[in-house]
Design a protein around this ligand. Structure first.
Ligand code: ATP
Ligand code: MG
Length: 429
């Protein structure tokens, strides 16, 4: 029987694998320049890690987790997101003991049991960052700036940055009460999801993709009317800082986030091209979460982060024809003639590979035709030919298939030809 990949997962190979790693490189590089360092956490965690933090009211904990009991009777969950594990690690390893702001980035697969569709997978990849410590509008703005700059560096220019503040504590509780009051008389007209969210997480009702245009959604109270002056001032300052960084953004009164842990600043970056089928696709989302370290029994440590969906970025790269600029691929194929020369070919291959060259060799053929085919298939620029004559005369033949030239040089000159430093190469006789 044929076995296929699990629904909602992807195989990446050839150029897609390159794009995937390219995005990892670009994102990590920009994050490094903003002073972030990598954190690598396990792909599975105790289920508790997510239940405690992401929250029972969230879609993730409610219906999307891959949870199983292991052979030791522990409840284990494949991580659905990266913030909870990084925070768990931050607290567990007492990284907070050193004062200051701690900045981490991560990259890796996440697992959510969702209905697979374009851009919505069951295993997908996130690049995310978390900054622990420091609660200042400049930091919030700089983090949004980082997210924006990563997208710019990839070449994704048409994006919309949406931001909002959802407050915290008592003010947020009051707002949630007001939302419930507003929606209660109209519940029967709303979708099933909304009805559930009304019970579990009323804030999320604003995030409904089914009822978003209904009048009752449009007339819902705004969070800004419920927040204390200092929260509004904080948000104002985030926006001013974004302005001086030159980041275009839109204030979006109804932007909320699906996870329980967010407080105050929240944001989302969506693809923005009304003529594209990808218009409004969420590329990235994040916000401040000031109480998460406490959920893991750590000290109070305000934090902020975001996560980007790598597969979605790959979709946008295709849409915009963004190609991964490669340094010219100077692959070398070593061709040998006659049985006795194969060993010389293999030794030269080994030498060149250890000097960092990408080298191909046919392990068995002694004839030209299949070996030239290999050179062709691997897009080799250089073809080195070792025959008995070359070997006995201590020479080597090098064809440059781009320049369409061919030279016959003494073997020791090969080292300089390929720009290799150090001892000169010689045949092993
Ligand atoms: P939504 O409301 O669309 O489900 P979310 O709140 O679950 O979004 P986050 O958890 O904030 O999304 O994830 C951040 C980013 O990760 C998203 O903007 C998206 O790019 C990507 N992402 C999230 N879920 C998936 C998925 N199932 N498949 C592919 N990418 C995803
Ligand atoms: Mg989701």
């Amino acid at each position: 029987m044929k076995v296929n990949k699990i629904k909602g997962t992807l195989d990446f190979y050839q150029y897609d694998a390159k794009k995937y790693r390219y995005l990892q490189r670009i994102a990590s590089g920009v994050a490094e320049s903003f002073g972030f360092r990598e954190m690598i956490t396990p792909i599975f965690e105790a289920t508790e890690v997510f239940v405690r933090s992401v929250g029972e009211g969230s879609d993730i904990v409610n219906k999307e987790m891959y949870t199983f009991i292991d052979r030791g009777d522990r409840s284990i969950t494949l991580r659905p997101e990266g913030t909870a594990p990084v925070t768990r690690a931050f607290v567990e390893n007492k990284l907070y003991a050193i004062p200051g702001i701690h900045k981490f980035y991560y990259f890796g697969p996440m697992f959510r049991y969702e209905r697979p569709q374009a851009g919505r997978l069951r295993q997908f990849t996130q690049f995310g960052v978390e900054a622990f410590g420091g609660e200042h509008p400049n930091l919030d703005a700089d983090l949004i700036n980082l997210n924006y700059q990563i997208l710019q560096a990839i070449g994704i220019k048409n994006i919309k940055v949406l931001i909002n503040t959802i407050g915290s504590g008592k003010a947020r509780e009051n707002y949630v009460e007001a939302l419930k009051l507003h929606f209660e008389p109209h519940l029967s007209t709303l979708c099933e999801d909304c009805k559930q969210r009304y019970q579990k997480n009323p804030l999320r009702m604003l995030d409904c993709k089914v009822d978003c245009h209904s009048p009752i959604m449009q007339s819902a109270p705004l969070v800004s009317n419920y927040l204390p002056e200092e929260d509004l001032k904080y948000f104002q300052d985030v926006m001013s800082a974004l302005n001086f960084f030159g980041i275009p953004f839109e204030k979006s009164d109804r932007l909320v986030r699906g996870l329980d842990y967010y407080t105050n600043t929240v944001f989302e970056i969506v693809y923005d091209d009304p003529n594209s089928p990808l218009n409004n696709l969420a590329l990235s989302a994040g916000g401040r979460y000031n109480s998460l370290t406490r959920d893991f029994d750590g000290p109070d440590y305000p934090a902020i982060g975001f996560a980007m969906g790598i597969e979605r970025l790959m979709m946008v790269m295709d849409e915009l024809d963004i190609t991964v600029s490669e340094t010219k691929d100077d692959t070398i194929t070593v061709i040998t003639l006659g049985e006795k020369m194969k060993k010389q070919g293999l030794l030269l291959t080994q030498y060149l590979r250890l000097k960092g060259k990408r080298v191909e060799i046919d392990y068995q053929s002694h004839n030209l035709k299949p070996q030239f085919k290999l050179a062709d298939r691997t897009g080799s620029r250089y073809i080195i030919i070792i025959g008995l004559d070359e070997f006995e005369n201590n020479q080597i033949r090098i064809k440059d298939s781009w320049e369409k030239t061919e030279i016959l040089i003494p073997v020791p000159e090969l080292t300089a030809f390929f720009g290799i430093e150090g001892e000169k190469y010689a045949y092993q006789k």
